[in-house]
Design a protein around this ligand. Structure first.
Ligand SMILES: *Cc1c(COP(=O)(O)O)cnc(C)c1O
Length: 463
């Protein structure tokens, strides 16, 4: 299995190098040269299997010869060991043909754990074999950072630096990043918003001299291995509700377009997905793009669903590559326009393909709160604000004949202020992390300038 860049001019790599590299050297994102197909019978056979077994069958064809089968099974077992629910990703009904896919039973209470726990183990295994080490840098709107620090803390072959926007993550998110005591993990706060953090990380990757000197690696959702890990729960949930014998739809609270792109991959593999719905908060660049064809940045407006406060939605580039018939030069031109002019317009043909595959909707702040309230009153379920954005949009776009599964991306206790404001109840953390508010924090503020950021990293890397 080979991987190519969405901008068409970086080296073609195998799975392991794609994973260790993160961003391609031409600024693009790696995607598989071709997507493996599963037959109707192979998909039907997934129903009822343990999550780890489905993960093995879905991901194995993408790995090439990077990991042996027994080794990969052992890695999966370790990765999903620390989850607080036996099914890992249970499906719950909340209305007539409306379902939640609960993705928040991992160690940091958001769906990011599914991918991050796995790539922590994959990195460790690959680097040990190579006798190598790397410096991982990542930007976070809150959940990626905590998941990465949790997944990589204490590992020998990696130092981890996570950049988050100062004052713009929830207290639980911040504490999950600043309280681990291991010397190889570092939470760094930057002045600005998530897009500024993401831009700083991209600039480091494009500074090849630094990139090579510290052996930079990335674990943002631009990392293909993360997208791949997220394909699995589309299959477990869809087959639980009758696929492939009947189609299902998914509504995905979206920020950086990683989670929903995994749904696109599942569909390309043969899973019968009727609608893939992009749900955005007031930072609605993707919703506007689908409506008008114009992909134009606005300034990020902080919301009660902060993990989706994004205007530069990195993984959207992977979808563009597909709707432009895999023309890397065309994608590179549009990405240059996005960077230099703040936007681009999608060609008519590509826009039509985009609309065939996706629907979209947005939820305002008030609508998000109202949805938390309404679902609590009608079902007793407490939604996190991101999930509420999804449920609101799912309600508008659902076809009553097709099961609609909304991805429940975080545990409500990760965003207690927003939940309390909506329903007057402060959701409690699960017992296993109840002492989070008592642990001492370790945090460094760094000016948002490349030389200072790079110096801060080099000063902290272990010898
Ligand atoms: C990361 C995140 C999202 C957005 O996911 P993307 O893959 O960036 O689209 C939504 N909800 C929560 C809780 C998240 O942590």
């Amino acid at each position: 299995m080979q991987y190519v860049s969405t901008r068409g001019s970086a080296p073609v790599l195998g799975f392991e190098d794609t994973m260790l590299t993160g961003l391609a050297r031409d600024g693009g994102l790696y995607v598989p040269e071709s997507v493996p197909q599963l037959s109707h019978g192979e998909i039907a056979a997934l129903a009822g299997l343990p999550y780890e077994e489905v993960a093995f069958r879905i991901m194995r064809p993408f790995l090439g010869d990077s990991f042996g089968s027994d080794q990969f099974r052992a890695i999966l077992a370790r990765a999903y060991d620390g989850f607080g629910h036996a099914a890992l990703a249970p499906v719950k009904q909340i209305g007539a043909n409306q379902f939640l896919l609960e993705l928040f039973h991992g160690p940091t209470l958001a769906f990011k754990d599914f991918a991050m726990q796995l790539i922590g183990q994959l990195f460790e295994e690959a680097l040990k074999r190579r006798g190598d080490r790397v410096t991982i840098v990542g930007a976070t709107s809150g959940d990626t950072g905590s998941a990465a620090i949790e997944a990589f803390r204490g590992l020998d072959a990696v130092d981890v630096f996570i950049f988050f926007p100062l004052g713009r993550v929830s207290e639980v998110q911040r504490r999950q990043m600043t309280t681990p005591v291991e010397a190889n993990v570092h939470a760094m706060a930057l002045e600005g918003d998530f897009d500024d953090c993401q831009a700083a990380v991209k600039d480091m990757f494009n500074h090849f001299e630094f990139r090579d000197r510290v052996r930079l690696a990335g674990v943002n959702s631009i990392n293909w291995a993360r997208v791949l890990a997220q394909v699995v729960y589309y299959f477990t949930s869809a087959t639980a509700l009758g696929a492939p014998h009947r189609p299902v739809s998914f509504c995905v609270p979206t920020g950086n377009f990683g989670d929903i792109f995994a749904g696109h991959v599942a569909r390309k593999m043969g899973l019968p997905i009727d609608r893939l719905v992009i749900a955005t908060n007031q930072n609605d660049i993707l919703h506007r793009t689908l409506a008008s064809g114009a992909h134009t940045k606005e300034t990020v407006r902080p919301s009660i669903s902060p993990s989706m406060d994004i205007q530069v939605s990195s993984n959207f580039e992977r979808l563009l590559f597909d709707v432009y018939d895999r023309d890397g030069a065309a994608v590179a031109r549009q990405m240059a326009d996005l960077k230099d002019q703040g936007g681009f317009t999608i060609s008519q043909g590509a826009l039509e393909r985009l609309r065939e595959g996706f629907a979209s909707g947005r939820a305002s702040e008030d609508e998000t709160s109202a949805t938390i309230r309404e679902i609590f009153e009608t079902t007793g379920e407490i939604l996190c604000p991101h999930t509420a954005v999804g449920v609101k949009v799912a309600g508008e776009t659902a076809d009553p004949k097709v099961p609609m599964i909304t991805l429940a991306t975080a545990h409500p206790a990760k965003f207690p202020d927003a939940v309390e404001a909506a329903i007057g109840i402060r959701p409690a953390l699960p017992k296993r992390m109840a002492d989070l508010y008592d642990r001492p924090e370790r945090l460094r503020e760094v000016p948002n300038a490349l030389p200072q950021i790079e110096a801060a990293i080099e000063g902290s890397i272990r010898a």
